[in-house]
Design a protein. Structure first.
Length: 400
């Protein structure tokens, strides 16, 4: 099974995994990646975990191993640094299957955004930029469940972790020299928060509401349906799709008011589900609307038309901020991701707090944060060799 060009250890029994974990308990770091299958499944199938450390390269066969606890213990060990590339995806799978939250993490994709790379950068891009090595990504669709694995697939899997530590060390050296080490550590902390992986029924519902034309009552019912399926998934350990398929929620939000008989005539929804959950569905439909529900729905919808001039000024401010980010060597996509910009333009308070209470405040500075407050209209005057930016509420000119 081992290609001649790779020296690695194949771990395919619980006993071998226990030995692996014991050997790594006192290690300072591990780099890892996962391969899994999530398509057309109620529950993601974790197939392979690749690990690189000072002790070598290891491939953990999750198909054959019954208990992954010894590896999971390393992920939650605060004394071991876990290095990944786009590790949020890997940690989401581990949370979904085992409800664990990682601690002491570093991610080379995030670090790269502080070191001059466009965020998010691929591992192939980092391999080329940092090590002048080409990463073969020709095998983009692999059946990771098959055994034995093709030697080419093993090579592919190993290369995903082989150089992560080396790349991270190079990026970290430049970031530290630029005085931004505390910034990336703040951003890494995002990967250690439960809400990063647990998701939010409110966010799911609001995203769905934005894609549909619903009455206020239908929007509130949709919000409740997402919350109910989330709560049931947490209570039972089943996947949210197993509790209530997402494709049914829009139908229920629109048609539940017409009654049980009407829903049973709809072939798009299981009659067994309607029969089993009718009492709960009626409760969700008829319970009084709360102030919190009204506020959530208001934030998702009901936006008034934007003044075209004001919108243009917002875009100009964002362009200036992106320019400021480039000067500091931090990718704007990491500093001001699209979802934050959207929330800012909609005047949602949480987005402003993200800027004010994280490393972004140090990067942008207090004056830039004031510009981002679109509650007060900014005006721009173009004069010879200068642009005058005026914040109308304070009548204060900021010159560039």
């Amino acid at each position: 099974m081992k290609p001649d060009s790779i020296n690695f250890t194949w771990i395919d029994t619980d006993h071998k995994l226990k030995d692996f974990s014991k050997d790594h308990t006192l290690q300072q770091w591990i780099a890892f990646d996962t391969e899994f299958i999530g398509e057309r499944r109620d529950k993601t199938l974790l197939c392979l975990i690749q690990v690189s450390s000072e002790l070598g390269i290891f491939l953990i066969d999750c198909i054959k191993i019954n208990d992954l606890t010894p590896f999971l213990n390393l992920v939650i060990n605060p004394d071991i640094l876990k290095i990944t590339h786009a590790g949020e995806n890997d940690y989401k799978v581990l949370f979904e299957l085992y409800r664990i939250i990682p601690v002491n993490v570093a991610d080379v994709q995030i670090a790269a955004g502080f070191a001059g790379y466009k965020f998010p950068v691929s591992l192939a891009g980092l391999m080329s930029g940092e090590l002048n090595r080409k990463l073969d990504k020709s095998y983009t669709v692999i059946d990771w469940e098959q055994r034995p694995l093709d030697e080419r697939y093993i090579q592919y899997a190993v290369e995903d972790v082989l150089f992560l530590k080396q790349i991270y060390d190079r990026l970290l050296a430049r970031i530290t020299k630029a005085g931004m080490e505390s910034w990336i550590k703040q951003e890494f902390e995002f990967l250690t928060l439960r809400e990063t992986y647990a998701g939010s029924p409110e966010k799911e519902a609001l995203a769905a509401i934005n894609l549909t034309q619903l009455s206020q009552k239908e929007r509130i019912l949709m919000l409740r349906l997402y919350q109910w399926r989330y709560d049931q998934a947490e209570l039972t350990g089943k996947s949210k799709e197993k509790i209530l398929p997402k494709k049914w929620i829009n139908i229920l939000a629109r048609q539940l008011k017409h009654g049980k008989k009407h829903l049973l005539s709809n072939r798009s929804i299981s009659s067994g589900f309607i029969d089993a959950q009718w009492t709960q569905l009626e409760l969700l439909l008829n319970q009084p609307t709360t102030d919190d529900e009204r506020e959530l729905v208001k934030n998702a919808t009901g936006e008034t038309p934007t003044d075209p001039v004001h919108e243009s000024l917002q875009d100009l401010v964002m362009s200036i901020i992106r320019y400021q980010c480039r000067l500091k060597g931090v990718d704007p996509g990491l500093v001001m991701p699209p979802h934050i910009i959207k929330l800012l333009k909609r005047k949602v308070t949480d987005a402003s707090k993200i800027l004010e209470t994280t490393w972004r405040s140090d990067l942008l500075g207090d004056e830039f944060l004031k510009w981002i407050d679109f509650e007060n209209l900014l005006s721009f005057t173009f004069e010879e060799n200068k642009i005058i930016i005026e914040k109308n509420d304070k009548n204060k000119n900021l010159k560039h």
